[in-house]
Design a binder for this molecule. Structure first.
Ligand code: NAI
Length: 387
């Protein structure tokens, strides 16, 4: 089958298996080029198939030589429709890992469920013994509880309606977007989905099954961003969930201090992923940020961020934390030079200047790459097996 991109707004409904393989191959090559990491040897990655979770898995496998067990929620191909990119990424990752003699298994199912937690624990016990690193990198729209209750996460403000410049990805034009405030129930539901409750459930389940080592590390990912996006992100529903995530890291540290389990939250850089392209207002900020950071020679993608996280920030003698107790991988994004420039562009950007002052091409390149498209060394005219 010839697979072409079918883009609808901020989502692409097709994925290219060969392009996804190329994306994984390039990430592996990057990690190998940066030298080895002294770190965990048995790693569980929850949310392992795309974005930051995939990059974490690749870094630990090909940088630290770790055995990795991944959890993802991806759709297989039915022979007519392609699979989701995470499925193709994972198959490619597993193949590359196997070629190097690295253990790599993946469980495809709902990470929030008891059933998947049990399957993961059984696999750890059978194949790995115990894990010494747990990466929690879920970005999910909803969470189904054991009693069938479904919580839906929303991207809204928690105070007043918020109006600001917005890049309409569908029409590729600038407009204004107004984001309405969430109800109390919507905020609570977002915290249920994207907060730290399920992360704690995972650590408790692993600990009570004796499937996590003494002195193990667990890390989850957060975002803060600039004041411009505070109403929609930091002070919005998702920001409330991220505050809960941070509180949960403190609870894990307290509950398991005798076993030496350490929980960290890493505040990562804003990057185009399937999760982040869905947030209004944010893509315009991303494209301006990309322009500024590329011009300054300090732009990073997921793999560069994760390689730097594990090598320079986490597996060091002294883990440097901010006042809130978080690792700051957004250090380059948030530095004054970058933010002043971004703010200047943000304030003056209009329809006429938009395409010059923002990295529109870079944004779309990352977007298409996520689905395995627009790699110059992949032949998109060739027939490909989507199964
Ligand atoms: P992503 O959309 O690329 O990855 C999400 C992962 O979660 C995928 O592997 C997917 O299969 C998995 N997943 C979703 N629902 C699941 C479920 N019910 N069961 C099992 N697996 C499930 O997202 P991204 O951007 O890599 O986000 C990961 C984390 O990083 C999130 O917590 C996000 O808030 C955080 N983050 C993202 C930033 C960004 O700009 N993209 C910046 C800073 C933090």
């Amino acid at each position: 089958m010839i697979v072409e991109p079918k883009v609808k707004g901020f989502i692409c409904t097709t994925a290219h298996p060969e392009g996804c393989r190329e994306s994984v191959r390039r990430q592996i090559e990057y990690v190998k080029s940066k030298g080895s990491i002294e770190g965990a040897k048995n790693v569980l990655v929850i949310g392992a198939s795309t974005g930051y979770g995939l990059a974490s898995r690749i870094t630990m496998a090909f940088g630290a030589g770790a055995a990795t067990l991944g959890v993802m929620f991806e759709r297989e191909s039915n022979g007519k429709k392609t699979a989701t990119p995470g499925l193709y990424n994972t198959r490619a990752f597993e193949k590359y890992a196997e070629e190097e003699g690295l253990y790599a298994k993946t469980i495809n199912g709902d990470a929030f469920s008891r059933d998947i937690k049990n399957q993961v624990i059984e696999t750890i016990k059978a194949d790995m013994g115990k894990v010494d690193l747990v990466v929690y990198s879920l970005a999910a729209p909803r969470r189904t509880m054991e009693d069938g209750t479904v919580y839906q996460s929303v991207l809204k403000t928690t105070g007043e309606p918020f109006t600001n410049k917005n890049w309409n990805l569908g029409t590729n034009t600038l407009c204004e977007a107004t984001i309405e405030p969430a109800t109390k129930e919507e905020t609570e539901a977002t915290v249920k989905v994207m907060g730290g409750e399920d992360w704690m459930d995972w650590i408790r389940a692993l600990k009570s099954a004796d499937a996590i080592s003494e002195g193990a590390v667990t890390i989850a990912y957060s975002y803060i961003g600039p004041v411009i996006t505070y109403p929609i992100y930091y002070n919005g529903t998702i920001g409330m969930a991220k505050k809960h995530l941070l509180e949960s890291s403190k609870k894990i540290n307290e509950e398991y201090k005798d076993s030496g389990i350490k929980a960290y939250v890493s505040v990562n850089k804003a990057l185009v992923t399937q999760a982040s392209s869905a947030i209004p207002v944010v893509p315009l900020y991303f494209s301006i940020l990309y322009r500024v950071m590329k011009d300054m020679g300090i732009h990073e993608g997921c793999i560069e961020q994760m390689d730097r996280l594990f090598k320079d920030k986490l597996y060091t003698d002294n883990v440097e934390l901010d006042r809130e107790g978080q690792i700051r991988m957004d250090d380059w994004e948030m530095c004054a030079d970058v933010q002043e420039k971004v703010k200047e562009i943000w304030d003056s950007v209009n329809d006429d200047t938009f395409k010059n002052v923002a990295d529109i091409d870079g944004y779309w390149e990352d977007f298409y790459h996520m689905f395995g498209f627009k790699y110059d060394n992949v032949d998109y005219t060739a027939d490909v097996d989507i199964m």
